[in-house]
Design a protein around this ligand. Structure first.
Ligand SMILES: Cc1ncc(C[n+]2csc(CCOP(=O)(O)OP(=O)(O)O)c2C)c(N)n1
Length: 388
């Protein structure tokens, strides 16, 4: 299946008769700023993990264009299900450095109350379901949500008609859940965009060992789903493809569309990985030099007098400053009270949970040198629970 692109690696329009449509200069610059902001936060937080400030981190280096470009073509009300390398969608929808840091440092402002690993963001406000660690969890969930959205669209035709967007890697597409999700979405005609980031690796497994067919795109065709492959390093192409896919997904009462966005995972898989154990450094360096969604758009903007070196410098220093400010604040914040490890499971704490929390409190009181709870809101008192 061929790959759709608008810009080549030098940021030049491939087909002069197909200029980027439906995008103003301000919007284009906005997309660029979002990509750069994500990449700067990634660098800072990757280092923060190395310094022991956060326990874990994952960057989206090289793939910023897929997240930011597709998010820009969704309605802000379209529910999103993501994997974990789509920080750009949170950035695009309005996450501030404070929101990112609250989750990464598990402060009291983290809506997940510190119960998840770092980068497992979620937001009711921005309609993004919380990220799940087990691969492919989100794909059948997205089909289910799209079925609900289909019903809502049908019952409320004058309301804004929504679609669901679901992101995953080509490795996650090897899970059974992927196949079940695509089939149910196709047979029930659910308005869902399946957006696969094919970045060449699933941790240490290269795509050559992941599948023998024509990538993930060929699978969409097999399920009777309209499918397109796009150059994931070309943010304008990703944006355009997602815009058209969204329209298609709303036609005839709803239908799924599969987008396979081709890219390359420039970074290590996560802070727990050393990718040079399974791929040559020169391969990575080569990709870094040859192609990148950020430099591609920058070249295009510069050649169209939309951007220059001084704007670049200003953007980078502002983005760095706002991330570092939020980082320094979050570092000093308390974690949520320890009792919140038990809350939100049932409407009220159960007898068993209360008993466990009381036992735990006694244990902490008995061994104060082993358990430092001063970093948690309320300290020891944060473990008090009511027995009604
Ligand atoms: C069910 C399950 N199996 C294995 C893992 C361990 N694991 C975490 S990420 C990952 C690779 C996923 O690769 P891909 O979907 O291509 O996304 P990428 O990391 O390349 O963005 C694996 C195997 C997991 N989290 N869940």
């Amino acid at each position: 299946m061929p790959t759709y692109r608008i810009l080549d690696q030098e940021g030049v329009i491939v087909d002069k008769s197909r200029q980027p449509s439906d995008i103003s200069s301000e919007e284009m610059v906005g997309l660029y700023k979002h990509m750069v902001s994500v990449s700067i936060m990634d660098l800072i937080m990757f280092d923060a993990q190395r310094q022991g400030k956060v326990s874990f981190y994952m960057v989206s280096a090289g793939e910023e264009g897929i997240a930011v470009g597709s998010a820009s073509s969704l309605s802000p009300n379209d529910p999103i299900f993501a994997q974990y390398r789509e920080t750009g969608i949170f950035q695009y929808r309005g996450f501030t450095p404070h929101d990112f840091m609250a989750q990464l440092f598990a402060t009291t402002d983290d809506p997940g109350r510190g119960r998840n690993m770092p980068v497992h963001y979620g937001s009711t406000k921005y309609h993004i379901h919380t990220i799940s660690s087990p691969l492919a969890t989100q794909i059948p969930q997205a089909s289910g949500a799209a079925y609900a959205v289909k019903m809502q669209n049908m019952h409320n035709p004058t309301d804004e008609q929504r679609v669901v967007a679901c992101y995953f890697g080509e490795g996650a597409a090897s899970e059974g859940d992927f196949h079940a999700a695509l089939n149910i979405a196709a047979t029930r005609a659910c308005p869902v965009l399946f957006i696969c980031r094919n970045n060449g690796y699933a941790i240490s497994t290269p795509t050559l060992e992941q599948y023998r067919g024509d990538g993930i795109a060929s699978r969409g065709v097999g399920y009777g789903i309209d499918t397109i492959r796009v150059d994931g390093n070309d943010i304008l192409a990703v944006r355009e493809v997602t815009r058209q896919a969204r329209q298609l997904a709303l036609e005839q009462g709803g239908r799924p569309v599969l987008i396979e966005a081709m890219s390359y995972r420039v970074s290590h898989h996560s802070t727990s990985d050393d990718s040079f154990a399974y791929r040559a450094k020169v391969e990575v360096e080569d990709w870094k030099r040859r192609d990148n969604p950020i430099t591609r758009l920058r070249k295009y903007m510069e050649s169209n007098s939309l951007w220059d070196e001084s704007q670049e410098k200003e953007l980078r220093s502002e983005a760095r400053k706002s991330v570092l400010d939020a980082y320094r604040k979050a570092e000093k914040e308390k974690h949520p009270p320890l009792r919140s490890m038990m809350t939100d499971v049932y409407e009220e704490l159960t007898e068993e949970q209360i008993e466990q929390m009381q036992k735990m409190k006694k244990m902490v009181e008995r061994y104060p040198n082993e358990y430092d709870v001063t970093g948690y809101e309320g300290g020891l008192d944060g473990m008090n629970v009511d027995r009604r």
